[in-house]
Design a protein around this ligand. Sequence first.
Ligand code: ASN
Ligand code: ZN
Length: 322
Amino acid sequence: ARAKTAPRRTAAAPDVAAPDSAARARGLPGPPTPGAPRRLIADARGVETLPGETVRTEGDPPSSDQSTDQAYDGLGSGYALFWQAYGRDSIDGANMPLEATVHYGTAYDNAFWNGSRMVFGDGDGEVFRGFTGSLSVIGHELAHGVTERTAGLAYQGQSGALNEHISDVFGALTEQHSSDQGAGQASWLIGAEIFTPAVQGRALRDMHNPGTAYDDDVLGSDPQPAHMRGYITTLEDNGGVHLNSGIPNRAFTLAALAIGGAAWNGAGLIWYRALTSGGIEPDAGFERFARATLDAAAGLFGPGSAEQRAVRAGWIEVGVLT
Ligand code: ASN
Ligand code: ZN
């Protein structure tokens, strides 16, 4: 079934006026143009100081640096998902510039959203390669910005695991959307590209089969649970936000696969509406969010629709709803 309210919009004609050249010279983006991203990539050149030096802005040709270009292209793909699938114009819905810093720190084994920009390390070369090498990771970090500007899910405990889950959802969907992949062909892997061959790992996380992405003996990390009975109570990782996200992650993939087609149009649209329709408070837990997805599915596809039933079945399967 099709969504009752088609959120897709076509991009507006590009602004005829070229971005102000003085602003461009300072590395600032041109004026807002709905439907077109304004990307700024900076290079920290191996230190942990932000933002770093601006090296590529919107419309610039490819640079000579792979990480810079991966970030630029990846932000373009993330922007395209939110605009084309949901009609959302950037992180804030108002064409906010998409800012990223690459080559952050030395052998830095992570990527993050700092409240205003996405930041990517190069990895240590032993376990991790550069974090810009994975489109699902770039989409994950961009989505942290969207969550912050919408539901504002607090990064602790269940709301924090939901925050992580939302980033995995739109990270995976960024990759699927950019390669026009159906739910059935999707890998559901987050960060499949960033382990070195020395590591026995397929990815950072497997959304469909949580806890199976890598061997925990190698990296010394607890596996993700796939059901509420495995919910992990810990003081580490803000209360296990990167672990317990496995539970809603699996609910999402089950719903997406049952609905079929391109996941950004079905389950992704339902999740986007649940996140942004105003019913989710910053301290929301799994059950509250699950009910918001049922409401969103009913609003988009109708109460009792196959889509709504698929969403409910997903949450029941992982023990969040009964
Ligand atoms: N890569 C992690 C994330 O984006 C960094 C963090 O824990 N904030 O979730
Ligand atoms: Zn995250």
